[in-house]
Design a binder for this molecule. Structure first.
Ligand SMILES: *[C@@H]1O[C@H](CO)[C@@H](O)[C@H](O)[C@H]1NC(C)=O
Ligand SMILES: *[C@@H]1O[C@H](CO)[C@@H](O)[C@H](O)[C@H]1NC(C)=O
Ligand SMILES: *[C@@H]1O[C@H](CO)[C@@H](O)[C@H](O)[C@H]1NC(C)=O
Length: 370
């Protein structure tokens, strides 16, 4: 073998080794997948292609949305991925098209079926102004699905940090079966004229049982009937700021729902600015008369804490714990809540509490829990 071919082979060898090393932590920039970042072209397909490459590539992998302004139609980012995956969007603003007609699903950005996922930074602007002023959907919500800004479903062992959601057409962040995940330093902005916006909405607490809907149609039993049912466990929401939403943080399950369990849900260091119903456990809610009246939710909530939640409420009832009659909440803790009323007529806030005996510590406004 002559000298130059040996050098060539060595260089080639080094190059391959370097590629393998890089492959251990690949970063896929959405611009390399054709994102324009002009704020007008649909960059959703580029985001999806970058996600697919990162998700299927060697792990750990990242999707990078570089600083800039992007437009995207609905995107579904699905796992399972080969390993830990990140979505980095610090400095980027992603806008949804304002027209509701451009959406055929109930979510704008949907992330599902992933574990060890980290999402950092980024502003997700739902541009909901047209939707709030149109009355088309107001009376027919069952058939008119309005997209939620960020819907996270079947997400485990994950971290969401420094993410901003603005102007959602509907709820801002909806968690459906998210286990052992942290939501840290989120900012949620809804202008005063927005409608039906929840800041952080935790629902589908009994997802697994619902998959069995047909099977168990005729034998809806009490809690604990299905020993294999996976409980929801571990959601930490901390250091977030929620502004102007119809509801603040809300844990919801439907009356008459299938049995389920959810525990270890913690809210800490949350600032509420002019938020309606800032703190809500909502197991008695039945908006469109589709639930069986008089049947209560079979989802058991336990170890739920609300600590250091401060700011202003636009409704008098600042703290509303409406737990299920059939499966009362256990181990609810309320500590250092300071929510004052901001609205016509002034006055003070109060609270409601049903089927729960919260442990109350610290100095609280409203003071009394009934
Ligand atoms: C989630 O991933 C599992 C495999 O781990 C797969 O069987 C299932 O269909 C996926 N579910 C969704 C909703 O994508
Ligand atoms: C919180 O997130 C914002 C972006 O929304 C960021 O500018 C800020 O540095 C973050 N704060 C901390 C303490 O990480
Ligand atoms: C929230 O942020 C403050 C300041 O950055 C920090 O001191 C506090 O520990 C944080 N709270 C939580 C629950 O992480």
């Amino acid at each position: 073998m002559d000298k130059s071919s040996c050098i060539r082979r060595t260089v080639c060898c080094l190059f391959v080794t370097a590629l393998i090393a890089i492959n251990h932590a690949i970063v896929v920039d959405i611009k390399s997948k054709g994102a324009t970042g002009d704020g007008k072209t649909d960059d959703g397909p580029a985001l999806l292609n970058a996600w697919k490459e990162a998700c299927e590539g060697a792990s750990p992998s990242s999707v990078l949305i570089p600083p800039g302004t992007y437009m995207a139609l609905s995107v579904v980012l699905s796992g399972p991925c080969k390993g830990p995956i990140k979505l980095q969007a610090t400095g980027a603003t992603i806008k949804a098209p304002p027209e509701l007609a451009k959406f055929k699903t109930d979510s704008w950005i949907r992330i599902q079926n992933v574990s060890k996922f980290t999402m950092t930074g980024g502003t997700f602007d739902g541009q909901g102004q047209q939707t709030w002023s149109s009355t088309k959907c107001h009376n027919s919500q069952m058939t008119c699905e309005i997209p939620v800004n960020l819907r996270l479903s079947h997400v485990k062992d994950s971290l969401f940090k420094d993410v901003t959601s603005s102007n959602s057409k509907n709820f801002h962040i909806a968690l459906w079966r998210c286990d052992n995940s942290i939501f840290d330093n989120l900012t949620i902005n809804a202008p005063g004229n927005s409608v039906n916006t929840d800041g952080i909405h935790i629902a589908r607490l009994n997802g697994r049982a619902q998959h069995n809907k047909l099977k168990y149609k005729d034998s809806i039993g009490s809690l604990g009937k299905y020993p294999n049912e996976e409980p929801i466990q571990g959601i930490w929401i901390k250091n977030c700021t929620i502004t102007g939403t119809t509801n603040g943080v809300r844990i919801k399950s439907w009356p008459g729902s299938y049995p389920g369990m959810a525990s270890d849900i913690h809210f800490e260091d949350i600032i509420m600015k002019k938020v309606g119903n800032p703190i809500m456990i909502d197991q008695e809610y039945c908006p469109h008369d589709v639930c069986k009246k008089g049947t209560s939710s079979k989802v058991k909530l336990s170890s739920v804490t609300f600590r250091k939640i401060r700011g202003t409420s636009t409704t008098k009832v600042a703290l509303n714990l409406a737990c299920s009659e059939e499966a009362p909440c256990d181990n609810v803790e309320v500590s250092d809540i300071r929510l004052t009323f901001h609205g016509p007529g002034g006055g003070s806030t109060n609270s409601k509490c049903l089927n729960a005996k919260p442990k109350v510590t610290g100095e609280n406004v409203p003071q009394r829990f009934v």
